[in-house]
Design a protein around this ligand. Structure first.
Ligand code: DC
Length: 227
């Protein structure tokens, strides 16, 4: 049962890459008048900072101190690292290849999870998308959703994203890279990608985003009506 009257509304949206998290989160936030926090962008920004400083992504100490030092501002689609706009740079192939290594370090996760909780407190709630939001970051979220889609569909979506960024990639290569990242994200020791027991499982493969968004908004509103 939600305790939305005493706590800000948090909608947790988890799932693997290409499952539709960003589109669905934005739509839910717009419908409910909430802000969106893309936690993947925070892990990507730390990864970019490491690569720019010539640091090894597998170096846990360096990763944790980079996470502590880096000023990361993520707000409704805009991503800044130390005051610079890095929305495009964090989606590049080098960051994408290294981000699962960086995000597996407990020292990095501790720093970023604290910042995610601060962000939600400052914004009076929000739609928070990631991998461990319903399980670890906001286990008391009003509504938790776990999105999935078939591997082929997820690869096609990622290929479309790459094309939109003027990067031509083979769909088979995208699929291999997704599988590798899924494996790392689901098998890491700390906060692996996992559906929370009380999360709503939604397969987005053959569904319109608007339909999925409406289903989640209904859940949030039903919870509010009951509390
Ligand atoms: O959602 P994304 O693809 O931008 O996320 C990039 C990586 O960040 C993903 O491979 C795993 C990591 N991540 C995480 O470990 N925990 C989160 N809450 C969000 C992302």
């Amino acid at each position: 049962m939600s305790d939305a009257h005493s706590h800000p509304t948090v909608v947790a949206v988890d799932g693997p890459s290409g499952s539709g998290k960003s589109t669905v989160s934005r739509g839910v936030a717009d419908a409910l008048g909430l802000h969106v926090l893309d936690t993947g962008a925070m892990y990507r920004a730390v990864t970019l900072a490491m690569l720019e400083r010539g640091l090894d992504p597998s170096d846990e100490k360096a990763a944790a101190s980079t996470a502590r030092d880096a000023r990361i501002d993520v707000d409704d689609g805009r991503v800044q690292l130390d005051g610079r706009d890095v929305g495009t740079a964090i989606r590049g192939p080098d960051v994408t290849a290294a981000v699962s290594t960086v995000s597996a370090h407990p020292g990095v996760r501790k720093v970023l999870v604290d910042r995610q909780r601060d962000w939600v407190a400052r914004h009076g709630g929000g739609v928070v998308e990631g991998r461990d939001i319903g399980t670890v970051v906001f286990p008391d979220a009003a509504v938790k959703v776990f999105l999935t889609a078939s591997d082929d569909e997820r690869a096609r979506r990622r290929q479309r994203d790459e094309r939109a960024a003027h990067r031509e990639v083979d769909v088979g290569e995208v699929r291999d890279a997704l599988e590798r990242r899924d494996r790392l994200d689901t098998t890491r020791a700390m906060s692996p990608l996992r559906k929370a027991d009380d999360a709503l499982l939604v397969d987005t493969t053959d569904r319109d985003a608007s339909d999925v968004i409406a289903e989640i908004v209904d859940r949030v509103e039903a919870g509010r009506a009951r509390s």
